[in-house]
Ligand binder design. Structure first.
Ligand code: DQA
Length: 144
């Protein structure tokens, strides 16, 4: 099973950025744990602070991969273009957030991409990504 993880703007700063909200682990360190946890999964990781690059990656992987795990960061709340990119591909996309966006500022309560995604996981820290892998595995096993 091939999974693409896409992290959007400012998520390159994980570990250093607001650790009280996002934790103190870098994504690279967490990814090693995730890879060990799911030896049957081929993980591909991409991070960009640029909206168009995120869209290009969705197009590139969205017809051949088994799933895309997308944390679009603040673009979640602003990007119709990312919504359209998700709609335009075949691969199921799971929206993830490290923090519980609904318990934060009101501008984070609305997602412009959620309606295009298969589902949303938010608020479990970095474990949100593991839960998203489980969700995609369930989709592949026809449980959902
Ligand atoms: C985030 C939540 C967003 O509101 C924020 O802009 C981020 C990170 C999260 O993972 O909790 O950059 O997507």
């Amino acid at each position: 099973m091939k999974l693409q993880i896409i992290n959007g703007p400012n998520l390159n700063l994980l570990g250093a950025r607001e650790p009280e909200v996002y934790g103190s682990s870098s994504f690279e360190d967490y990814l090693q744990e995730l890879t060990q946890h799911f030896p049957e999964v081929e993980f591909y990781y991409f991070q960009s602070n640029v909206e168009g690059e995120i869209i290009n990656k969705i197009h590139e992987t969205g017809f051949s991969f088994d799933g895309i795990i997308l944390n679009a960061g603040a673009y979640t709340h602003t990007s119709i273009a990312i919504h359209d990119a998700i709609k335009g591909v075949k691969t199921p996309v799971i929206e993830v957030h490290i923090s519980n966006v609904h318990a934060r500022e009101t501008f984070r309560h609305h997602s412009l991409i959620a309606g295009a995604c298969k589902g949303v996981i938010a608020g479990f820290g970095l474990d949100s990504y593991r839960l998203a892998v489980e969700a995609i595995k369930s989709l592949n096993n026809n449980y959902a």
